[in-house]
Design a protein around this ligand. Structure first.
Ligand code: SAM
Length: 274
């Protein structure tokens, strides 16, 4: 992940705050505000407050009970004052009970896949409307894993579907490898659990509403995500190239493709775009 020390950075949903503490210690951004969804009490019980203490010792602002989807929880944030907003390994919180799951999913006829896409879409929209300084760098990073269920969210292609905002259109610029070795001390946390994740491989997906010639040189767009190659790849499933029409038809009748099509249709339905 490329970080410029001149950037003013806001981190979202930072679990035990160890990513923010590492960012501060090893990348020394011009300004850093770290946020977590939990209260400080819950965070301390779940993990420890080591990273919190490091951030506070350096007079770094830490906001707790910060829900990126709920404006009412942002009252202590200075809005429109950041160059980069980062959400590392986003995932909706676990349901507290069967009833909770029933209320949010079965009853509402919404899948967990759709709820995760909704979290990311709302994160992107709020980032560009409320967190980034329009006169700054206007960058947003999402780091996620290329394994199920995360890869089923189709992060590169569908989060911003149907947004009519021609002047400041948010675009996906490409991705870079996330190498945890550049963030000593960072422990990727499981949502709602004190365990940390051992498989640390991930990709950082980059969004902006302006062009970034220098940064774009460090990014790549895989062939499956290139509009020009959409005939020979399946962007949903991240596979290809298909060498024949038959090859493509066989893929389209595969279990994986059918499942991704269901997720996609659920998402379009949720957005009222179907
Ligand atoms: C898999 S954990 C990753 C935690 C941390 N970012 C890391 O890299 O270790 C997913 C995180 O997303 C946060 N999250 C989920 N929904 C959120 C929301 N609406 N607003 C802010 N954070 C949220 C959770 O609190 C949790 O810490």
């Amino acid at each position: 992940m490329f970080i410029n020390p001149n950037w003013r950075i806001l981190t979202i949903g930072d679990g035990d705050l160890s990513f923010s503490a590492s960012l501060l210690n090893h990348h020394t951004p011009k300004k850093l505000t770290a946020t977590v969804l939990d209260s400080l009490e819950t965070l301390t019980k779940k993990y420890d407050n080591k990273a919190y203490q490091i951030l506070r010792q350096h007079h770094c602002e830490v906001l707790t009970l910060f829900d990126v989807t709920n404006k009412k929880t942002w009252s202590n944030l200075k809005q429109n004052s950041y160059d980069l907003v980062v959400f590392q390994f986003p995932l909706i919180p676990a349901f507290s009970s069967q009833d909770d799951f029933h209320q949010h999913c079965s009853q509402a006829n919404i899948s967990v896949n759709t709820l995760n896409r909704h979290l990311l879409r709302t994160f992107l929209i709020n980032t560009f409307s409320h967190f980034l300084d329009p006169k700054g760098e206007n960058l947003c990073f999402i780091t996620s894993k290329d394994v199920k269920p995360y890869r089923d969210w189709d992060i590169e292609n569908t989060l911003l579907l149907g947004i009519k905002n021609d002047k400041n259109l948010i675009s996906y610029l490409g991705q870079m490898n996330f190498d945890i070795n550049h963030f000593p001390g960072y422990k990727i946390r499981n949502v709602d659990r004190d365990k940390h994740v051992k498989n640390t491989q991930g990709n950082t997906y980059v969004y902006s509403n302006q062009t970034h010639a220098e940064l774009s040189k460090k990014l790549m767009i895989p062939d499956y995500a290139k509009a020009s190659l959409s005939d020979t790849y399946c962007a949903f499933c991240r596979v290809g190239p298909f060498y024949s029409h038959q090859d493509k038809l066989e893929h389209q009748s595969s279990k994986r493709h059918k499942k991704m099509t269901i997720f996609h249709n659920q998402w379009l339905n949720y957005l009222n775009l179907s």
